[in-house]
Design a protein around this ligand. Structure first.
Ligand code: NAD
Length: 288
């Protein structure tokens, strides 16, 4: 590290709270070192009340940009100058780029999800996806999949505080893209089963399967999955979730956790800041 940091080092931040557990600083700093790029990536504890000053600091310190995570993904929007179209549709930002004082907000979670499928040689454009969850991750995935040409998305959510956001996502996709989106309640199990039955991919973005729900899954019956469906869980700790176990029991060939999405959302941000491709395979070996 001391060999890399000098008077010309450019700073990139991560503004969120809590954030000290994040893998992003390790991922980006190793990628900068590997490519010999003179950047440093640091995490900062930023709550909503510090956000305005933190964004000012991006300009004042001439930082190249920042990642943004909860609780700031929506709250940061009024402080930025421009929004990428996907970030605008999602109403959320996870990456900020500073071009000579002009701050643009992007969301790379959805592109990271789509890229992670591409890495596996899978193309879901023109096909149908069933997606459970419409929170931060589910919104980014649904919007980007629709923008990229997925033909149909059936979105399932519980009738909880996120239900209205699920409705909003469906309306936006139907208005702004050529994808057909429909909203379903998770309480209707027959409907859930039948939507999965003719989908090319089932993605769970609810976090069920992650602590404290590591023993749970929304789909418990392996017979719901054809062998040729893709089953994707956005959870990456544990590496194999209960949902993934059910899919493996069904003989599904393409079963994924969220590591690929995590890696590729970082790679998309890395590209936006540096103009260079992250050495993804090197980072995958190093971290995962
Ligand atoms: P969020 O709180 O914004 O949304 C949670 C969603 O899950 C909502 O739709 C909610 O209705 C639903 N939900 C919550 N508990 C549920 C339950 N018991 N039964 C059914 N539905 C339930 O969370 P988020 O930020 O969207 O994150 C969701 C998951 O995705 C987390 O596990 C997170 O770690 C993961 N994630 C992964 C990546 C990645 O790069 N792999 C990126 C972002 C989020």
């Amino acid at each position: 590290m001391t060999e890399r940091i000098d008077g010309h080092t450019i700073l990139i931040g991560l503004m969120a709270y809590p954030i000290r557990h994040s893998m992003s600083p390790t991922m980006h700093n190793n990628a900068f070192a590997k490519l010999g790029l003179n950047y440093a990536y640091l995490a900062f504890d930023i709550t909503n009340d510090k956000l305005s000053d933190a964004v000012k600091a991006i300009r004042t310190l001439d930082m190249r940009g920042s990642n943004v995570s909860m609780p700031n993904k929506q709250k940061i929007i009024p402080y930025l100058d421009k929004l990428d179209p996907a970030a605008k549709l999602c109403g959320a930002v996870n990456t900020v780029v500073n071009d000579d004082g002009i701050l643009t907000g992007y969301t790379t979670d959805g592109t990271g999800f789509m890229k992670s499928l591409e890495d596996e040689g899978l193309d879901i454009r023109g096909k149908k996806m069933t997606l459970s969850g419409a929170g931060g991750a589910g919104t980014a995935i649904a919007i980007q999949a629709a923008l990229d040409g997925v033909a149909e998305i059936s979105i399932f959510n519980a009738k909880d505080k996120v239900w209205d956001n699920a409705k909003r996502n469906v309306d936006i996709i139907n208005e702004k893209t050529s994808c057909k989106a429909t909203l379903h309640t998770l309480e209707d199990q027959e409907d859930f089963k039948s939507e999965i039955a003719d989908s090319a991919i089932y993605c769970d973005s609810t976090g069920v399967g992650m602590k404290p729900l590591e023993d749970e899954t929304l789909v418990t019956d392996p017979s719901w999955f054809r062998k040729d469906i893709i089953v994707y869980d956005t959870v990456y700790a544990p590496r194999t979730t209960k949902l993934m176990e059910v899919a493996q029991k069904a003989g599904v060939a393409h079963v994924f956790n969220g590591l690929g999405m995590m890696l590729e959302q970082g790679a998309e941000a890395f590209k936006l800041w540096t103009g260079k491709s992250m050495p993804v395979e090197y980072i995958r070996e190093l971290l995962f």
